[in-house]
Design a protein around this ligand. Structure first.
Ligand code: MTE
Ligand code: MO
Length: 507
């Protein structure tokens, strides 16, 4: 009994090493066939994301923010480590059971890869090669543990060298896979692209859109700081040379555009603030950029939209879909098929080669990244990714405001204190921002210059702070006269409401 214990630990460790080898060889295979998304971790993780109910997605974004995908991968890795350890322990005595369990796991990975939108038959290969690698490692492990007379140093040395060799192979195969993938990436992204000048430029931003209050974010969000929300576990890499956009459905003349076609069209440049429906009151999932792209309404009209259509169902290279109200895109606002953000080609994370941007609509019903397909259809006939999961089918951005200065729970000296932040009500525009302290009277804040109804607006005010604990609240009123309601509702199904509140201590 006591003599068995260390052996078990060793067998568990070898099981984990076998799993590492299986995953490493699978990753290498996925890289070699040019389908990193078909590797077991991304494939199973993506299926998990798509099967997750709306509340779980909301919880993940709220709790882990932009790290939600990392948390998922770490969780998945933990499950694999436990399963692998169990298989490792079982392997010496019940080799067939161990091989059956490994095969089962590989079958799940293979089925997951094949189930992904846009998958190909070859996507099963990483799972097959991974299973072979894992089985090979397990069988070697089994021989190690077979009872023999040698419990002395040479046997232990064999164990160590075998373990080291397996680890080395796992790291080598996985690392080579990674290297291949990143080498391919740089040839597919658009870093070297020369962007055409806009036929319809945005012009310089009005002076005074930025208040320059320390701690208040910039008016234009730098691309690297721009929030990212999507369901993609592996960022889709679509070489622009191969990209096309199909426009079809309820239209008289379907078209297919290449990236060269896009570059050849007159391009429009606009300042538009993007917002995620999952943003909590006071949350960070909003960003402002200057976008360059094709006038989406003009493009659609060229195809001869039929009267029955009321929805644009856009689809990304990785099969995600969004339903956009056609009337919103055609009502004169600056909806874009964007190819650049703040003077740079879109980064892969933000949708290169092309994405949609529609002022005034939350991202999940308008801002499709890696877009490859626009189908004119009807809300009554087809539903999109999040709509099927309980989110609203139409989702205009709600009027919102947040306090960025002072920070929550800040300790500040008594006297005049600058309170500042950002407010947005895209496509209506922010008309007023009010601040109150400790439930007192609402006082008007000063608004920064406006860059138009489609952008957020900074605000500031001065508060004479007295010692003690205080509660600062903010609310905005949009240009239609609508003031943010006090009532707190969660982001599901069509965006959060409520006043952002910050507690501070004045000393
Ligand atoms: N292909 C694809 N596009 C997508 C999404 C997605 O999951 N997949 N998420 C949408 C959501 S919910 C938002 S809020 C915006 C965010 O855009 P960003 O990541 O560039 O900030 O992208 C939208 N476009
Ligand atoms: Mo979103």
């Amino acid at each position: 009994m006591t003599a068995e214990k260390p052996a078990r630990v060793v067998m568990a460790a070898f099981g984990v090493l076998a799993a590492a080898l299986a995953l490493g060889s699978a990753e290498l295979t996925a890289a070699l066939i040019g389908r990193p998304e078909a590797g077991p971790l991304p494939a199973v993780g993506s299926v998990f994301i798509d099967l997750s109910p709306a509340w779980l997605k909301d919880f993940a974004i709220r709790t882990f923010g932009a790290q939600d995908k990392l948390v998922l991968l770490v969780g998945l890795a933990a499950v694999i480590v436990i399963a692998a350890a169990a298989i490792g322990i079982a392997a010496p005595r019940r080799p067939y059971l161990a091989i059956a369990a490994l095969t089962g796991l590989a079958a799940v990975a293979g089925a997951a890869a094949l189930s992904r939108p846009g998958s190909r038959p070859a996507d099963v290969l990483p799972a097959v090669v991974g299973a072979a690698g894992g089985a090979f490692a397990l069988l070697r492990t089994r021989r190690l543990s077979q009872p023999g007379p040698e419990t002395d140093d040479p046997a232990r040395r064999v164990l160590l060298t075998r373990g080291a060799a397996m680890l080395g192979l796992a790291v080598l195969s996985g690392g080579t896979g990674r290297a291949i993938v990143s080498a391919r990436r740089s040839s597919a992204d658009g870093r070297a692209l020369v962007l055409p000048r806009p036929a319809d430029p945005a012009g310089t931003l009005p002076a005074g859109v930025e208040l320059n209050v320390p701690g208040l974010g910039p008016f234009t969000t730098p691309n690297r700081a721009f929030y990212r929300v999507d369901t993609a576990l592996v960022i889709p890499r679509v070489p622009y040379q191969e990209w096309t956009l199909r426009v079809h459905g309820m239209v008289d003349r379907p078209v297919e555009l290449s990236f060269a076609d896009v570059l050849a069209r007159p391009l429009t440049e606009r300042d538009i603030t993007l917002t995620c429906v999952s943003n909590e009151v006071g949350g960070p999932y909003a960003g402002h950029a200057r976008w360059l792209g094709v006038d989406l309404a003009a493009l659609l009209r060229e195809t001869g939209i039929r009267a029955e259509a009321d929805q644009i169902l856009s689809r990304s290279a990785d099969g995600w879909t969004a339903s956009t109200a056609l009337e919103s895109v055609l009502d004169g606002r600056d909806a874009l098929l964007a190819i650049a953000m703040n003077g740079q080609p879109l980064s892969p994370a933000h949708g290169f080669p092309a994405r949609m941007v529609v002022p005034g609509l939350y991202g999940y019903v308008s801002a499709t990244k890696w877009v490859v397909d626009l189908k004119l259809t009807r809300f009554a006939d087809e539903r999109a990714y999040w709509t099927r999961r309980g989110w609203a089918e139409r989702a205009p951005i709600k009027t919102a405001s947040r306090i960025e200065v002072p920070k929550p729970f800040a300790e500040i000296p008594a006297g005049p204190v600058t309170v500042a932040g950002t407010a947005w009500a895209q496509h209506r525009g922010v008309a007023a921002v009010e601040v109150r302290v400790d439930g007192g009277p609402w006082r008007q804040a000063d608004l920064a210059a406006s860059a138009g109804p489609d952008t957020w607006r900074q605000w500031r005010t001065t508060w004479q702070a007295t010692p003690g604990q205080h509660r600062i609240e903010v609310r905005a009123t949009d240009a239609t006269g609508h003031t943010q309601p006090a009532e707190r509702v969660p982001p599901i199904p069509d965006g959060a409401t409520g006043w952002h509140t910050v507690l501070v201590t004045v000393t």
